[in-house]
Design a protein around this ligand. Structure first.
Ligand code: NAI
Length: 306
């Protein structure tokens, strides 16, 4: 199989490395900057003998080279700078994502699309509109990353192995995300049995600010290692038809009482893309938080169209 990554920046190039070194697929890295994706691809190819895989990695500035991809990941855009909100990125990235999606679908009409560019939920919606794809074949990455951050903070707090912590974060990617604390467990034991409410609230808050915390520290852009890992898990579940249940930004048609909006919900990911959306019974508080999240995404979809 072949995966195209549009945007060979920090997230895109790290994702290319993850996909090739996990031996999941051949990779085409596309960027507007001349020579840059070609150089990165050559660098990754030169590591193959050491990393012991034989995947093809191509760098290009031309969409014709992406043809026949099973998956297209869009990471093209500008990232957040210190003090910038994800919504500040709205107009610039909207143009870039629509252009990328339109060009990519023309050469890979059967591909499944994963959008990574922020503001995530809005960009996924715009890419869905631009491609005309059925909603099963287009989605956004955010929930897997936000959940991994929540799990990390729980693991750090309890001093347990991160892989033993399971949590799910729904809603939009940003301040209005909806971490489902009552479902978070350490090997099946609810964290509500292990931590007091104030501590859980503090970890939830840190999760909400997880992206900003890294932007503050780095000063020169945002996170990319964990975002690339999170995206590679989605790519893997699709390519290997694993049917993993992951929080994914999906176009909703009535689920959770929401319609014509993209937001993070639990989805089964397999070779057809989103195989199903799982509807959880939410508490009133969680449902309200999801509604607020959806309203803000809708508002930004409108702003993007202005
Ligand atoms: P970056 O600046 O390192 O890379 C972006 C790349 O896109 C650059 O190489 C740039 O040349 C390229 N690009 C710009 N316009 C293009 C176009 N029209 N066609 C093709 N390529 C184009 O940024 P980074 O750190 O890789 O982040 C990428 C995006 O992903 C940002 O919008 C960022 O906010 C978002 N992001 C989303 C996350 C999520 O959880 N959904 C997590 C981390 C980042």
């Amino acid at each position: 199989p072949r995966v195209t990554i549009v945007g060979a920046g920090r997230v895109g190039s790290t994702l290319a490395q993850r996909i090739a070194e996990k031996n999941l697929a051949d990779v085409v890295l596309l960027d507007i900057i001349a020579g840059m994706p070609q150089g990165l691809a050559l660098d990754l190819v030169e590591a193959r003998g050491i990393e012991l895989h034989n995947r093809q990695i191509i760098g290009t500035n031309n969409y014709a080279d992406t043809s026949g991809s099973q998956i297209v990941v869009i990471t093209a855009g500008i990232p957040r700078k210190t003090g910038m909100s994800r919504d500040d990125l709205l107009k610039t990235n909207a143009k870039i994502v629509v252009e990328a999606a339109t060009n990519a679908i023309a050469h890979s009409p059967n591909a499944i699309f994963i959008v990574v560019t922020n503001p995530l939920d809005v960009m996924t919606y715009l890419a869905w509109q631009a491609t005309g794809l059925p909603r099963t074949r287009i989605m956004g990455m955010a929930g897997v990353l936000d959940s991994a951050r929540f799990e990390t903070f729980i693991a750090l707090e309890l001093g347990v192995l991160p892989a033993d912590v399971k949590a799910m974060v729904l809603g939009s990617h940003g301040d209005l995300m909806v971490p489902l604390s009552r479902y978070a467990t350490v090997n099946g034991i609810p964290i509500t049995e292990l931590l007091d409410a104030a501590t859980i609230a503090r970890l939830v808050e840190r999760t909400r600010n997880g992206g900003a915390e890294i932007v503050e520290l780095m000063q020169t852009g945002g996170a990319f290692f964990a975002p690339a890992s999170a995206t590679s898990v989605m790519v893997e579940s699709i390519l290997l038809n694993q049917s993993r249940l992951l929080p994914v930004a999906a176009y909703l048609q009535g689920e959770y009482g929401l319609e014509d909006v993209v937001i993070g919900v639990p989805c089964r990911l397999g070779c057809g893309g989103i195989e199903s959306v799982l509807e959880l019974n939410l508490t009133d508080e969680e449902r309200e938080a999801l509604d607020t999240s959806a309203q803000s995404v809708r508002k930004n979809i409108e702003r993007a169209h202005e």
